[in-house]
Design a binder for this molecule. Structure first.
Ligand code: MCA
Ligand code: AMP
Length: 457
């Protein structure tokens, strides 16, 4: 079977806001895109939530061209890095402002029924950019095979079939919204309703069988009881990308009649651990490894940590759905891999005797999760240090009822708070802006001079 399935049963296979397309509409237009893009190695796609984005991506996948989805609000510094590092040769569809790469148009009403051979399974289908603890975002190389394996494992875990209607409004440049949220239904030959923005009202109006959200989305739904009640006819409410607090689990259960299903993953590994549709749903737990994935816990010396539900260890994973490494960054790839070939997630977890995993936290304070976005403190610190009024800075994620964590920058220096926040917004994506700047005389440092972030907050 190819990566994507094409069926003709559904007149509204993909709905994005008020745009509606059948599988024939998508595949006809995408095959026409494939004819124009074939032969180019990599293309950038501005990942705005609209049908054009889906057609561009499907077209590139049909032609065997690697797609680099670009966040539509990337600031100039981030955009330059993503385009340079990825080596994208052209934009497929709309171009970002300020880029002089050539543009290959995506014509929504063009149709082609040419039949393409399925590209090799080891071809890199996508490069997704994600933040590390330091430096600039890294390109995660995902093969067709990894994507297919990662999706099939979820179809199995959630008994997800072409009869389901998936609803979400997540960004189309990350694993959650794009790979699970668009390629999932397209691989199944099923349906998806993308709500453009993941608001409680939009979710309530969509009437699907499966809903995806990050915890921030679920918090907002729980605060809108009328919208939450409208989700009662659904089959599964699924949360991921960041921890779902136990009180929110309980509140959602009360309002919607469904215990939410939590799952855990990463850009590099896709979704490795998930609560099964027919398994126990335990607040604070993310389930068991999906088909084809093994997990284990290690201590700091690399020794085994028992799976007793209490001992905490560094979570390592392996399986067919893992990435092929970071683009242009063999050192970072090597640093994330054990000698015996397991991927080091950087998350700290417990596993019980039944294989149920709980994510306890992250090993580094330098990776922040805000609204489900993974944000590297180092990237924001570098930008802030580029402002003439800033002499020292430490960026941390502090607990936040809505966002899980909110970005706070501790700054030695003097400038209006808004000027510093705008300075970040001018260079990086919107969600990387600090919510707050705290001005301090000095930063707490240890004897080696290293900032002790655990003392901030
Ligand atoms: C934000 N705003 C600000 C600032 N920050 N204004 C001033 N100063 C700031 N520092 C503005 C925003 O631009 C927005 O304006 C308004 O404030 C509200 O922002 P916010 O509260 O952030 O709400 P939001 O824009 O509605 O975003 C919340 C969200 C979003 C919808 C939950 O964070 C989101 O889409 N998250 C999903 C991330 C995701 O998909 N992660 C998956 C990664 P305005 O309203 O005017 O625009 S993949 C992954 O993690 C793995 C594989 C996995 O497990 O899934
Ligand atoms: P990303 O690369 O954006 O996909 O972020 C991956 C990170 O998100 C993981 O390393 C975890 O820290 C976090 N994460 C994803 N899902 C969950 C979850 N269900 N519970 C806790 N953390 C999660």
């Amino acid at each position: 079977m190819g990566l994507l399935a094409r069926v003709t049963d559904y007149p509204a296979a993909v709905t994005i806001g008020d745009q509606i397309a059948s599988h024939d509409d998508i595949f006809g237009a995408a095959t026409s895109v494939a004819e124009r893009v074939a032969g180019i190695e990599r293309v950038a796609v501005l990942a705005t939530p609209e049908l054009r984005t889906v057609i561009a991506i499907v077209g590139a996948l049909i032609a065997g061209v690697t797609v680099v989805p670009i966040p539509p609000d990337s600031g100039p510094a981030e955009l330059d890095h993503l385009l340079d590092d990825s080596g994208a040769r052209a934009w497929l569809g709309a171009a970002a402002d300020g880029s002089d790469l050539p543009v290959i148009p995506v014509r929504m009403h063009a149709r082609s029924w040419h039949s393409y051979a399925e590209p090799p399974v080891d071809h890199i289908a996508m490069i997704l950019y994600t933040s590390g603890t330091t430096g600039k975002p890294k390109g995660v190389m995902l093969s067709r095979h990894a994507i297919a394996a990662g999706l099939d494992a979820l179809f199995d875990a959630w008994q997800w079939t072409s009869r389901d209607v998936l609803v979400h409004g997540l960004p189309l440049f990350h694993v959650h919204g794009l790979i699970l949220g668009i390629l999932g239904p397209l691989r199944l030959g099923g349906r998806v309703v993308h709500t453009v923005k993941p608001t409680p009202e939009n979710y309530a109006a969509a009437r699907g069988s499966i809903y995806f959200g990050v915890p921030t989305v679920w918090t907002r739904i729980a605060d809108a009881p009328e919208a939450a009640t409208a989700l009662r006819p659904a089959r599964l409410l699924i949360s991921g990308s960041a921890p779902l607090p136990a009180p929110l689990f309980e509140r959602l259960t009360e309002l919607t009649g469904h215990q939410p299903v939590e799952r855990y993953g990463m850009s590099e590994t896709l979704i490795t651990v998930a609560t099964r549709a027919d398994g126990p749903r335990i607040p604070g737990a993310v389930g068991t490894p999906v088909v084809g994935v093994d997990t284990r816990l290690r201590d700091e010396a690399g020794a085994e940590v028992p799976h007793d539900g209490e001992s905490v260890g560094s979570l390592q994973v392996r399986g067919a759905q893992l990435y092929d490494g970071y683009l242009n960054n063999p050192d970072a790839t090597a640093a994330s891999t054990t000698e015996d070939g397991w991927f080091i997630t950087g998350d700290v977890a417990t596993i019980d005797a039944d294989g149920v995993h709980r994510i306890v936290g992250r090993q580094s304070t330098d990776l922040i999760k805000s609204g489900g976005y993974r944000i590297g403190a180092g990237e924001i610190e570098t930008v802030l240090l580029g402002h003439p009024a800033v002499t020292e800075v430490a960026v941390v994620g502090l607990p936040d009822d809505d966002l899980g964590q909110r970005i706070v920058a501790y700054v030695v220096g003097q400038a209006p708070e808004k000027e510093l926040i705008d300075h970040v917004a001018e260079q990086l994506s919107t969600h990387k802006r600090p919510r707050e700047i705290r001005f301090v005389e000095s930063l707490p440092r240890n004897a080696m001079g290293k900032v002790q972030k655990k003392l901030l907050g």
